[in-house]
Ligand binder design. Structure first.
Ligand code: SF4
Length: 524
């Protein structure tokens, strides 16, 4: 059994409840490749019915650091139900192996990029108890109660990511209401931002201005004499996954078309930055140069939008993360020519350019403003991301962020996504304290973001939105939650519709900055 515990925290996903990540399907892809029968289970469903674990011999849990509480719960339940079966743990939660090994005593943990490691574990006899653990790269395990961590494994090549280790498509059916979900399909792994923070770190590390981060020699950017992890200080992607590696066009198109055959309606082309897709040379460590490979992007989108269900509008394609410094007129023209209702997710993080540089972020706040204007001019609905409680945040940076929020809203941003700083293991800011949700310094930020988003929702009143039913409302009895087919607000409608039903909804009321109420006017 593969347990998808991603973003479940203590046991229930509170945001992005409609998203299905590609991690657990990647695990299933390796098991299918080795003819190991597997099923994926959302951790919430498992908590409400742990007996279903009895039908399985072994369990693999995929989780993030924030999900450690629910991983502990499931691991304990598993050991009660099946003391001899294997317990394997992987995903970002494995970036702190010693703690997890000590607390949960899994048989093994898969560290970092997992496909090749899992494949070797299985072929070397992990499931049959015939394994010499020390011979497997990229794992952590207990040897006589002492944690052991084997040397890391080199990254998969783009060819291996595209042909050898492809995510399972058949196991998408294991997800309840997958027809209404945003199903993520990986296009690029890793990120090209090999700049670094100049903020002094709690560990004592601090930039000594060796200029590697701006070196014309892109290889030199890989190394920091102070060993500061690369990338935006709050992010662990470049440090964990390295420079961007793109999957082949064929492998992406095959996966999407097979998922569509299984009844998926909403596909997200997943990447830390989609504009790194086949951009520049291998081991690309410059986040803003050369420009995006619009030819390769165009080719991919042409093939995807030619898929009958996509062409007929029954399947919506979306792209999320895009760096402002790469989001040009040319990029917007290629995207808007091929797709409808695109919502580029553009990271700003802070409105202060000085703060932006100090956290290791590439580009400037005016790049973000320009990107929003370009997106709007091409009928897109851009989302702008900011973070409160970041190291280096001051009342001045908060004021600059509020000013920028208003400017991007004025320029056409559809939504301000504001989230609290998280000290991710493997990121440069891993040892900083996380802000209290009611942190007074950043309170004006949260207030302004809510005000802007609420005002934005008003424009949907009396409009008709096509959506897919996901699940019954947890707050309004007799209501169903409906996700917009393309970009738009989360909706709740009166009536108990089955998951996957496509509806036309007339928006009648704004309930909050993230939810509207509607009336069903047509069911497909
Ligand atoms: S490589 Fe390290 S020391 Fe050199 S400029 Fe970058 S952060 Fe500073």
């Amino acid at each position: 059994m593969i347990v998808d515990a991603l973003s479940a925290g203590v046991g229930r996903r509170t945001s992005s409840r409609d998203s299905i990540g590609c991690g657990p399907r990647a695990v299933a892809g390796v098991l299918e490749r080795n003819e190991v029968h597997c099923r994926i289970a959302r951790v919430e469903n498992l908590l409400s019915n742990p007996r279903q674990m009895k039908s399985f011999q072994h369990i693999a849990i995929s989780a993030m650091t924030m999900d450690l509480p629910v991983v502990k719960t499931i691991a304990r339940k598993w050991k009660k139900i099946n003391s001899s079966g294997k317990l394997l743990i992987g995903g970002p939660v494995a970036s702190n192996p010693a703690t997890v090994l000590k607390d949960l005593k899994p048989d093994a943990m898969v560290l970092g990029e997992g496909e090749a490691t899992l494949n070797e574990l299985i072929t070397a006899g992990f499931l049959e108890d015939q394994l010499e653990y020390s011979s497997i790269r990229g794992i952590a395990y207990l040897e006589k109660k002492s944690p052991r961590i084997t040397p890391s494994r080199s990254f998969l090549t783009p060819e291996e990511m595209s042909s050898m280790f492809v995510p399972s498509v058949t196991r998408i059916v294991d997800y309840h209401a997958y027809q209404a979900a945003r199903v993520y399909v990986e296009t690029v792994r890793g990120c090209s931002n090999f700049g670094r923070t100049t903020i002094a770190l709690p560990s004592g590390q601090e930039c000594t201005e060796c200029s590697n981060c701006d070196s014309a020699d892109l290889e030199a950017r890989m190394d920091c004499p102070e060993d500061i992890p690369p990338g935006c200080g709050f992010c662990s992607v470049p440090g964990t996954w390295g420079p961007p590696r793109s999957r082949s066009e064929d492998s992406i198109v095959n996966e999407v078309s097979e998922l569509v055959e299984h009844g998926v309606h909403r596909i997200v082309l997943e990447a830390p930055d989609f504009l790194d897709y086949h951009r520049g040379q291998d081991r690309l460590t410059d986040p803003c140069d050369p420009p995006a490979n619009t030819e390769a992007i165009h080719q991919l989108l042409l093939r995807l939008t030619a898929l009958p269900e996509v062409a007929a509008g029954n399947v919506h394609l979306s792209i999320e993360n895009m760096k402002a410094c790469l989001f040009t007129e040319k990029v917007a023209a290629v995207l808007s020519e091929s797709m409808q209702g695109v919502s580029p997710n553009i990271g700003l993080e802070t409105g202060s350019d000085e703060h932006l540089r100090s956290i290791g972020k590439c580009g400037t706040s005016s790049d973000v403003l320009q990107a929003v204007r370009i997106a709007k001019a091409h009928n897109m609905a851009p989302f702008v991301y900011l973070i409160y409680g970041l190291p280096g945040e001051t009342p001045d940076t908060v004021n600059e962020s509020i000013r920028l929020m208003r400017e991007v809203a004025q320029a056409g941003a559809e939504r301000i996504i504001l989230y609290g700083f998280r000290a991710l293991p493997g990121s440069a800011f891993a040892d900083f304290l996380e802000p209290h949700p009611k942190d007074p310094i950043s309170a004006p930020l949260r207030k302004e973001a809510a005000r802007i988003n609420r005002a934005r929702k008003d424009k949907y009143l009396d409009t008709i939105i096509r959506g897919v039913v996901a699940e019954p409302s947890m707050t309004h009895h007799g209501y169903s939650m409906v996700y917009p087919m393309s970009e738009g607000p989360l909706m709740t409608v009166r009536g108990g519709f089955s998951s996957g039903t496509v509806l036309n909804v007339k928006v009648t009321k704004v309930l909050s900055s993230g939810l509207v109420e509607g009336q069903v006017i047509e069911e497909h």
